[in-house]
Design a protein around this ligand. Structure first.
Ligand SMILES: C[S@@+](CC[C@H](N)C(=O)[O-])C[C@H]1O[C@@H](n2cnc3c(N)ncnc32)[C@H](O)[C@@H]1O
Length: 309
C-alpha cells in the first residue's frame, strides 16, 4: 500500500475493504448475541455530526483537544517525525493537532487513517487539504492513505507501506474510541498491529465523574437518537426504551434495550490503564524527571505509551 500526496483525487486517497452487507451482518449477529458493537453507532454519521460540542457527552473539542494543545511542549518532541496511524477519525478535531506539529517542524507529514466510515475519512482529507493553504504551512507536503475498514479486519501486512520516510509510527486512538470496545479485544488488536518501539497515543475519558457522568447520557435526546438509529430496522426493538446504567464493576456507562447492550463507554483510571496496557507489551512513556506522560483535563485523559515487547 502506498501513501499519496494529499492533493490527489479523493478516490486515490481511500482504499475500501468493508461493505454495507458485512456491517448489516455484524449488526444482526450482535443483536442475537446481545452486544451491538461500536462501529454501528457511527453508520448514522449525520447524528454524530448533529451531536456536537457540549451536547455530546464526549465533549472532545473542549477537553481532549485543549489538553493535547496545552501539552504541545511535552508531546511534540516525541511525536514529530513519526508516521501517524489513526484508529478512528470521527469529527477529527483532536486528530489534526499532531499533523499541525509535523508541519510546524518539518513541513511534512505521513498519515495512515483507518475508519469504518468513509465520510469521516473524506472529512479529514478536506481538513488536511485546507491546512496546507495556511500561510504558515505553505509548501508543506502531506502524504496520506485512508483505509475504510474495521480495526478488527486489520492485519500486520496492512502496515507495510511503500515510499515512506519515517520508520517509527505513532498509533493514535482519540475520542475514547477504546472505551467502546471490550478491553481485551481492542488491546489485542493494538498488540498484534503495533511493532516494537512504536508509540500508542490514547485519548479517553476518566472515571472521576463516576455516577454523575451517566446524567449526561440519560434524557440526552440527541445522543439517544444516535444509539436508537442502530436498532430502528428491528421491529421488536425500535420502540423500546433505552435503560442507562453505570456499571460499578468495570466503569462502563451502558445502554440496554431489553437484554441487549446497545451502547457502552468505559471510563478510565490512569494507573489501572497503565497496568492493563503493560500486559499487552506497552509501557507508559516518561518525560523530564521520568514523569509518566499521563495528562488530565476535566473528565478526559491522554497518555503516551511505547511498545516494548
Ligand atoms: C468515538 S469516535 C472518536 C473519533 C473522534 N475523536 C470524534 O470524537 O469524532 C470513534 C471513531 O472510530 C470509528 N470506529 C469505531 N469503531 C470502529 C471499528 N471497529 N473499526 C473502524 N472504525 C471504527 C468511528 O467511525 C468513529 O470515527
Amino acid at each position: 500500500m502506498k501513501l499519496k500526496n494529499i492533493t490527489a483525487d479523493i478516490e486515490e486517497l481511500i482504499i475500501t475493504n468493508i461493505s454495507e452487507k458485512e456491517l448489516d451482518d455484524r449488526l444482526r449477529d450482535g443483536i442475537e448475541k446481545g452486544v451491538v458493537s461500536g462501529e454501528q453507532w457511527f453508520r448514522n454519521y449525520n447524528f454524530w455530526y448533529q451531536t456536537p460540542a457540549f451536547a455530546n457527552p464526549y465533549k472532545t473539542p473542549y477537553e481532549e483537544l485543549r489538553l493535547v494543545m496545552t501539552k504541545e511542549k511535552t508531546l511534540k518532541p516525541h511525536l514529530v517525525r513519526t508516521l501517524k496511524v489513526y484508529y478512528g477519525l470521527g469529527i477529527g478535531d483532536t486528530e489534526i493537532i499532531p499533523v499541525i506539529w509535523d508541519l510546524l517542524v518539518d513541513k511534512y507529514a505521513e498519515i495512515y487513517a483507518i475508519d469504518v466510515i468513509r465520510d469521516f475519512i473524506e472529512n479529514f482529507i478536506q481538513g488536511l487539504k485546507n491546512l496546507i493553504y495556511y500561510p504558515q504551512y505553505l509548501n508543506s507536503k502531506i502524504k496520506f492513505l485512508g483505509y475504510n475498514t474495521l480495526f478488527e479486519k486489520l492485519k500486520p501486512t496492512d502496515f507495510r507501506l511503500d515510499n515512506i520516510k519515517y520508520e517509527r509510527f505513532t498509533h493514535i486512538c482519540f475520542g475514547n474510541t477504546i472505551g467502546n470496545f471490550d478491553q481485551y479485544e481492542i488491546f489485542s488488536i493494538f498488540k498484534k498491529l503495533i511493532k516494537q518501539d512504536d508509540y500508542l497515543l490514547l485519548g479517553y475519558q476518566l472515571n472521576i465523574g463516576e455516577k454523575l457522568i451517566i446524567k449526561q447520557y440519560v434524557g440526552n435526546v440527541r445522543f439517544n437518537r444516535l444509539i436508537k438509529a442502530c436498532i430502528r430496522k428491528f421491529e421488536n426493538l425500535k420502540d423500546k426504551e433505552i435503560k442507562w446504567k453505570y456499571n460499578d464493576e468495570n466503569d462502563f456507562v451502558e445502554a440496554w434495550v431489553d437484554n441487549i447492550l446497545v451502547f457502552r463507554s468505559k471510563k478510565y483510571d490512569q494507573k489501572k490503564l497503565e497496568d492493563f496496557a503493560r500486559d499487552y507489551g506497552f509501557e507508559i512513556e516518561r518525560g523530564k524527571l521520568r514523569k509518566p506522560l499521563h495528562f488530565k483535563e476535566g473528565l478526559v485523559g491522554v497518555s503516551l505509551f511505547r511498545k516494548i515487547s
